[in-house]
Every structure is written in structure tokens, then in C-alpha cells.
Design a protein around this ligand. Structure first.
Ligand SMILES: [Zn+2]
Ligand SMILES: [Zn+2]
Length: 394
């Protein structure tokens, strides 16, 4: 049912929306209309996308405002009957969520009209009938096949599952208890030194119950397989005795190393990852899209977990498989300053623990105390025969 509200009506319609958010943005301060099906759907969107807020940039529009130059509408659209809203959805860290993802979610929830307006703004409405559009291609452009997942090339199963950050000593002030993430990857070290914040980050993340992984930055002076192996040993030394629910990564990004060419770079990566893996770790490789494509041989990319770095795109254009995606530098609640933001698509904690890797199994259980040289003298009788000897504790 479409209701009429007075201008400035502050009525709280749902936990996150008030009536006046939908009033006409023209100068006339007139009554406005609102379909009572619209707000419950917006609330659903709020939940599904785990929003911190949804901003309604345009709700009801009177005919004059709709036809005005600034809006450029026909004067007959869904906004003029109170059935539409143009929105921007923000994630828990206050960053706008890509309109592509909002369109997919709005489609799932059951909005009849949905359209991408630009990268971060989305039009949704409760029209009779159905219209899925892309206004970046024209104000009435309908997407072929009527499926946003297909249109934007987003796999339903590829949608972000876990949100995380990665940090090093640069992020010296982290309030791990207020952090709203599913995981964190912390820098362990480089060449032969430990990241100054590694121990502190590790302990604080564990205390806060946040699953973590670690990464090792291959120093620019390491230009051979032997040098890579030496750094792998340094990495393992610092991981020992700790537990990691996420993979442990090699981070290789120095131009001096890439200058060596694909074969040499791949040989260094292979040597490093094999060495760390043989010590009982689920290993992975952190690298940018272009470096992965140019300098890494296919056997590595299919064998090990890839942590893809490709910033400021709504979905990666990297065509290979990857387990984690570092998608931009930005803000995370609880971190002072900027940090890297990541998504993960694999339930690593379950896999790693079930395989007993990363400190969760046999490899790092303390070996039993060696038996005392001098056992306890015993005398036993079996089938009437007496035996004596010494019994050692195991
Ligand atoms: Zn108006
Ligand atoms: Zn609209």
C-alpha cells in the first residue's frame, strides 16, 4: 500500500530508516508518498550486505522535480509514485559497497526493479513487473538475460565470504577487540629479521579470537634459490610453536627479482614454498595480478594458494584461481590509519585444523621425554616361566 507522509515526518519506519529520508528533495517542502513494501526490502538488503548504513540519495520525487534538469526523469517513473529509492550501501568499515554487489543482492532479495546507477549508487523499486537495468549504459538500458550475476560476471559462490585485513609494523595501533573482521594476515619478517610488531600482533589477535595467517617479505637482496631457501628457514624458525588458522604466505614484489625473468622467479618461489610446506604449513603466494600473469609459472598457481592483489576494482579481472583477494587500501574500524583490506573465499581454518597443519597437529607436538637409561626392574611370570628385565617409561 502506498502511504502519504507530511514533509519532515520523523517517524522511524524500521530499525535503519525514517520517513523523512524518502521525501522529495525539491525546494517545495510538500507531502510525499512511500510504498510500505519498500522499507522492509531495504532492511533485508541492510542485513544481507552487512551494512553499517544505507544512504537514500533520492526517494519520492514530485513530477516537477523528476522532470527537472538535475534529475532528468520523464515525470512518470517509479520515484514519482513512491515506489523507488536510489541508495548507497556502506560496509562495516564505512566504505561504499560496489553497486554490482548491491544489484546482485537486491535481485536475490526480490526487488522488482533494480539498476546500477554508477560504481556505488543503485536504484531499487517495488514496481509491478520486472526491470533490471544498467544506467551507466543509458537510463533505460535493460541487462540481457535479466541476471546480474551473469551480467557482471560474479559467481554466486564467489561472493565474499570472509572479510579481513593484513598488517605489519606500519599498523602499530590496532584495537583487536573492536576489529570487525573474520581474519587477519600479519607480517612475520624479512631477510633475517622479525617484523617489530609480529609477536604483539600475534598475541593480541589470538587473545581476541581472530583467525590469523602470516606472510614473509622476500628481501630485495635475495636473488637466488639458495637465498630464498635461507629466508624460508628464517620464516619457519619464527612460526614454530605458534598456531595459524590461515595459510602462511611468501610475498615477492621487488623489481630486482622480477628482472631475473619468469623461470628464475618461479624457481625461487618453488624453493621457498616447498621448504615451508615441508615443515608442516599450508603455504601460499601473495602477488599482484600483473606479476602473477607475467612471472609465475602455471604449476605454482595451480599447486599453491594464491593471494591476489588487485586494487580498486569491483571484481578481480584475474582469470586464474585464488583463495584470497586484497582489494584495496582503506579504513578498518579498530585500526589507526590505513591498512590493506582483503576477502577470502575458502574456509581455511577448518581445512588447516583438520589436516593438522600450521601448528595444529603432530608436527609440532613436543617429542616424548627420552626414556631413562635405567629402567625399573620387573619380574613377570608367563605360562609358568619367570622373566626378569628392566621396563622403561615411554
Ligand atoms: Zn518535490
Ligand atoms: Zn532511481
Amino acid at each position: 500500500m502506498i502511504r502519504t507522509y507530511h514533509y519532515g515526518d520523523t517517524e522511524q519506519l524500521s530499525p535503519h530508516f525514517r520517513a523523512l529520508e524518502f521525501q522529495c528533495k525539491c525546494a517545495q517542502r510538500h507531502d510525499f508518498k512511500l510504498d510500505d513494501e519498500l522499507v522492509p526490502l531495504l532492511e533485508k538488503l541492510f542485513t544481507v550486505l552487512a551494512c553499517s548504513k544505507i544512504v537514500v540519495s533520492s526517494g519520492y520525487r514530485c513530477v516537477a522535480h523528476d522532470k527537472s534538469k538535475s534529475v532528468g526523469g520523464s515525470g512518470t517513473g517509479q520515484h514519482t509514485i513512491g515506489k523507488a529509492a536510489d541508495i548507497c550501501c556502506y560496509d562495516k568499515n564505512g566504505n561504499p559497497i560496489s553497486s554490482k554487489l548491491v544489484c546482485c543482492a537486491a535481485q536475490d532479495i526480490g526487488f522488482n526493479g533494480v539498476a546500477r546507477i554508477n560504481d556505488t549508487y543503485t536504484h531499487v523499486d517495488t514496481r509491478d513487473g520486472k526491470w533490471f537495468g544498467d544506467e551507466t549504459k543509458g537510463s533505460s538500458y535493460s541487462i540481457p538475460s535479466g541476471d546480474f550475476y551473469e551480467y557482471f560476471g560474479i559467481g554466486k559462490e564467489e561472493k565474499p565470504m570472509f572479510k579481513g585485513i593484513d598488517v605489519s609494523f606500519y599498523q602499530s595501533q590496532i584495537d583487536w577487540k573492536t576489529l570487525d573482521v573474520d581474519f587477519a594476515i600479519i607480517k612475520c619478517g624479512q631477510r633475517d629479521f622479525t617484523d617489530p610488531k609480529f609477536e604483539q600482533h600475534y598475541a593480541a589477535a589470538h587473545d581476541a579470537g581472530i583467525p590469523i595467517g602470516a606472510y614473509w617479505y622476500l628481501d630485495k637482496t635475495s636473488l637466488t634459490e639458495d637465498a630464498a631457501l635461507k629466508e624460508a628457514d628464517e620464516f619457519v624458525k619464527r612460526l614454530e610453536g605458534k598456531q595459524f588458522e590461515y595459510p602462511v604466505f611468501l610475498d615477492l614484489e621487488e623489481s630486482k627479482q622480477f628482472d631475473l625473468g619468469k623461470a628464475a622467479v618461479s624457481a625461487m618461489i618453488r624453493a621457498f614454498l616447498r621448504r615451508v610446506e615441508s615443515a608442516g604449513y599450508w603455504v601460499g603466494l601473495y602477488m599482484s595480478k600483473s606479476h602473477l600473469e607475467t612471472y609465475v609459472e602455471d604449476d605454482i598457481k595451480s599447486r599453491y594458494c594464491v593471494w591476489l592483489a588487485q586494487w580498486d576494482v569491483s571484481q578481480p579481472t584475474y582469470t586464474g584461481a585464488y583463495g584470497l583477494w586484497q582489494y584495496k587500501i582503506g579504513k578498518a574500524a579498530g585500526v589507526k590509519g590505513d591498512c590493506d583490506l582483503d576477502y577470502c573465499y575458502v574456509d581455511y581454518p577448518t581445512k588447516i585444523k583438520s589436516k593438522g597443519l600450521n601448528g595444529y597437529g603432530k608436527p609440532f607436538e613436543k617429542p616424548p621425554e627420552p626414556a631413562a637409561d635405567d629402567g625399573t626392574p620387573v619380574e613377570i611370570v608367563i605360562d609358568g616361566q619367570k622373566y626378569t628385565g628392566k621396563l622403561n617409561k615411554v
